[in-house]
Design a protein around this ligand. Sequence first.
Ligand code: PD2
Ligand code: ZN
Length: 284
Amino acid sequence: MQLLDKPWQNWINENFARGCAFEAMLADMLKAGISKDVALFNLNNRSDQALVIAEGGSNQQDGPYEQEASYLFQHDNTIVTLDGQQIQVAMRVTAPDVVLLDNFMTHEECDAFCELSKSTLVKSTVVDDATGASVGHEHRTSMGTYFTLGQNDLVKKIEARIAEVTGTPVPNGEGIQILNYVGGGEYRPHFDYFPDTIGGRVHTAKSGQRTITVIMYLNEVKAGGATVLPSINLSVYPKKGSALYFSYLNSKGQVDPSTLHGGAPVIQGEKWIATKWIRERIYM
Ligand code: PD2
Ligand code: ZN
C-alpha cells in the first residue's frame, strides 16, 4: 500500500496530536483526491508524532517560535493575591513558558467546584478541524461541564485570582471548564491554541487566539493522570489545589508547538480538574 509523501504524513501527525476526529481527517483526504484505501492505510499507520514535532512541523507559521517574557515573570517565590491566597511558585520552565503554582486554590474551593459540577457532567468533545464544530472523540475520554463567566461567587473569585496572577483581564477568559476522568480516562496530546484551518478560524474570528491555559487540580489521583508535556519530557502529577500555567502566543502572533500537552490515563481513582483558557481579546 502507498505511503503518502512527507507533507501528508506531517499533516496526519499534526492533526492527530491536536485530537482531530478521524472521520474529519478522512473526509479531508478524500476531498483532496486520495483514494479511501490509501487514506485509511496512512491514517492507521502514521509515522511517529514526536518526530514531526521535533522538526517544528506542528503549526504553519514562518520560523521557530520566539520566546518572550512570561506573563508570570514579575512574580517571585510567593504570590499573595488580593483575596489573601498565598500561592507558591513550585516549578518554572522558561521555554516553553510553564509555571506550576502550589496552593492556588483552597481544598474547600476545590471540593465546591466538584460538588457544583457533578449533576451537569456530559461527555467531552474536541474541535473538528474541518468545521470548527464540537465532536466526541476517542482521544478525549472525560466527562465535563462549563461555568459561564461570573456564574456564581466561587467562579467570580477564582476568575479574579486567575486574572490577577496572569495579568490578563477577566473578560478575556473563556468560562471555566470542569473535567472528570475515571478508569483509563485520558486526553491525548494536543495544542490548546487553534490551528490555522477553516475550523480553527471559526474559533479565532471574534476573540482571537488562545494565549494561556491554567489547569487547576481539584483532587489527588491514586495512580496516573499526570498532565504531560512530551516535547520537554515533563509530567505534572495532580496535587489538590495546585495549578499548572502555560502560555503559547507571542507578540508576533506565533504559537508555541512545544506546549503540546495531554492528560495521561487515570490508572486508579479519579481525576478532577478545572481549566481556564484565556484569549487575546474579550471572549464572546
Ligand atoms: O487533564 C489534563 O491534565 C489536561 C491535559 C491536557 C487538560 C487539558 N489538556 C485541557 O483542559 O486543555
Ligand atoms: Zn489542553
